[in-house]
Structure formats: structure tokens, C-alpha cells
Design a protein around this ligand. Sequence first.
Ligand code: XMP
Ligand code: MG
Length: 184
Amino acid sequence: MASAAPESDIEHVLLTEQQLDSRLTAIAAQIDADYAGCDLLLVGVLKGAVMVMADLSRRITHPVTMDWMAVSSYGSGTKSSGVVRILKDLDSDLHGRHVLVVEDIIDSGLTLSWLVANLRSRGAASVEIAAMLRKPDAAKVEVDVRYVGFDIPNEFVVGYGLDYDEHYRNLPYVGTLKSSVYSS
Ligand code: XMP
Ligand code: MG
């Protein structure tokens, strides 16, 4: 169970607020250069990508629009199954749009490979991915990610939008949890 002081449940800080911040600034500059002159739609995947979307979009100077999707990859606990269900769909028509999917983390890659195929089938001019975190050792399918914040080890992480049982999303850094949190 999460304790009253979330910080005390953290075993190890993997990425500090400063590391996340400077990486996002670099990615935003790349996006500005790559999409110069394009009509860019940022699609955030709820709920985990809320922090990345807020921080990344504020560092992009290029005009963008934003939309949100919520998907659930059926599966229990901390594992994704690859069977994806749309809980909240986009409000935007994707026809002819340049879409950049903004994600918190790529684990097996199953959710995003499904999502990208789904968005491409809606007639988008392009669909690319920006993910704050990626776990290369957990990949089950190859996903072509244009912008990656950090490659991290194959461990369950929380913070900066990522949750365990809906807790810890508001921690400003990314870290691992003490094993006592899982066992209680
Ligand atoms: P797949 O495996 O389909 O999963 O790439 C992506 C989704 O699974 C969640 N996920 C995590 N959530 N800490 C979390 O809080 C993690 O370490 C983690 N790994 C995967 C997340 O919702 C992501 O979008
Ligand atoms: Mg997610």
C-alpha cells in the first residue's frame, strides 16, 4: 500500500527532475526543427503522459494543437497484454494531419504498436512517437520511436506521470519502489 509520504516509498531515484527537464528541452528543439512549417497535432495518452505532454509542449515553440486518448491494455497488475481497448477517443479528425503521439513509457511496445497502426488507418499524413522512457530489454515488438527521453532498465518505475495503483504520478522524478510497497 502507498504510505502517507510517497517519497519514503521510493527505493532509488533513476532520473531526477533536472535530468527530465534538460532532456525534454533538447527533444522540443528537435521537434521544432523537424516539424517546421507543418501543422502538428500532439496526441497524449492518458493518464501517464500528462506530465510529459505538459512539459514537452511548453518547450515547443512551433504552434501545435493537442488531443488526448485513453487506452487500456487489458492485463493485470504491472503487465500489459497487447489487447488494447479505447476508453476515450480523439476529438480530432486525423485526415492529412501530422501526428506526434506523446507517451510516458514504452515497455513491451504492444500498446504503442497497436495505437500507431490505429492512428495511421485514420488517414494521418504522418504518425510518429515521442516517449519519455523506454525499456529496451522488455520489448516484445519493434516500435519505431522518433524521440526517446531515456532508455531505462527493465524495472517497474513510478513518478512523473507513472503510477502504481494510481499513486506516485505527481512525484517530479522517476524512481523504483521499495519491495515493501508491493507486498503490503
Ligand atoms: P507496453 O508494454 O504495451 O506498456 O509498452 C505500456 C504501458 O504500460 C504501462 N507501464 C508502466 N507503468 N511503470 C508504470 O507506472 C512502469 O514501469 C511501466 N511499464 C509499463 C504504462 O501505462 C505504459 O503506457
Ligand atoms: Mg501509458
